[in-house]
Design a protein around this ligand. Structure first.
Ligand code: AHM
Ligand code: MG
Length: 337
């Protein structure tokens, strides 16, 4: 059997033929997800050109988060906005790069949120980056769009996923009934189904955190990582390996692919902010994927999917991945409080 005959379901066919909990995927959601995937296919092509089309470097602007925008942050944001403009059931969208939501149809069943280009610090050094997206059910589809419509917990997501632009361009997607993965066929421009029922192993020997922040961490995180580092000579019955790519998309892709735990916890550098990563554009979609793959995701005290946002650009402490490790971290946090 050739590789091409082994993988013969493209994304459009997948959406048309799949049932989620016994129901076909609504046409409006199919249209929206296809538009996102098509845009990411285009973006993958642009990312791969890099310096050849003048894509590297700073855009000379800042975003609402006070961060310097890279050229690719701006291009990815514009491409996604343009790509979903025609979607009939998309009421509006919100982006990590924009202060306010943007109405699309104004009314409709869905709201789209995205981090257009995650891992911006890796663009210029040719390391994996990605796009993260989340689709929320709009509570009152007929009512005109308001910013508060977006302030829903992750449990209201109809779909979530990411596209990682690495050696391969791969998309992970959940519609609330498991996780599937697709790889972009760069010749046809189509995403092709490569994996069903992705599962994160319950136990792991691999953790992922920016160790340079160790001195700023809270006690439960420090205790957990200290024990991983001590391995069999300490509290744990195994030795651990560590990985940190500094693109959440790539780090979470590794967790979904071979297990592990990813952490970007609260730390004392900015004591009044709850964390670095964004709840709506990063933590919620990744938490939906991780839960659907049998893992867990917490801020230490609560499951991330249960948090009710009070503002669009809210930040959060994130620990996600293999269930046993997340339960251990939650236990350490409960002992500390
Ligand atoms: P970005 O969306 O501006 O790229 O920032 C988020 C990124 C995550 O992808 C990654 O996990 C983290 O920030 C890396 O942070 P650090 O540079 O502190 O290691
Ligand atoms: Mg990001």
């Amino acid at each position: 059997m050739t590789a091409s005959s082994t993988f013969n379901t493209n994304f459009k066919q997948y959406l048309e033929t799949t049932q989620i909990k016994g129901e076909t995927i609504p046409a409006g959601l199919q249209e929206l997800l296809l538009a996102v995937a098509d845009t990411c296919s285009t973006l993958s092509h642009e990312v791969a050109q890099g310096a050849l089309i003048g894509l590297l470097g700073s855009a000379g602007t800042g975003n609402v988060q006070g961060e310097v925008q890279q050229k690719l942050d701006v291009i990815a944001n514009d491409l996604l906005i343009e790509g979903v403009q025609g979607c009939q059931s998309l009421a509006g969208l919100a982006s990590e790069e924009m202060e306010l939501p943007l109405p699309v149809q104004g009314t409709g069943d869905y709201l789209l949120l995205f981090d257009p280009l995650d891992g911006s610090s890796n663009i210029d050094v040719n390391v994996s980056i990605g796009t993260i997206f989340s689709v929320l059910h709009k509570q009152d589809p007929a009512a005109p769009l308001q910013t508060t419509d977006f302030l829903l917990s992750g449990r209201h997501q109809a779909a979530a996923g990411y596209v990682v632009y690495g050696p391969q361009t791969t998309m992970a997607l959940t519609l609330g009934d498991g996780v599937v993965m697709f790889t972009l066929n760069k010749v046809s421009g189509e995403f092709v189904l490569i994996k069903h029922a992705v599962e994160i192993a319950h136990s792991t020997k691999e953790f992922s955190i920016n160790m340079s922040n160790m001195r700023h961490w809270a006690e439960p995180v420090r205790r957990y990582v200290d024990e991983c580092l001590a391995g069999v000579s300490g509290e744990r019955d195994k030795d651990f390996n560590m990985r940190w790519i500094a693109s959440m998309v790539a780090d979470v892709h590794r967790v979904l692919s071979r297990g592990g735990i990813f952490m970007y916890p609260w730390d004392q550098r900015e004591p009044h902010k709850p964390g670095k990563l964004r709840l709506m554009y990063e933590a919620n979609p990744m938490s939906f994927l991780v839960e659907q793959a049998g893992g867990a995701s917490t801020n230490g005290d609560q499951l991330i999917m249960d948090l009710i946002p009070t503002e669009l650009h809210e930040r959060v402490s994130v620990m996600l991945g293999s269930k046993e490790e997340i339960e251990r971290l939650q236990h350490y946090h409960s002992q500390d409080s």
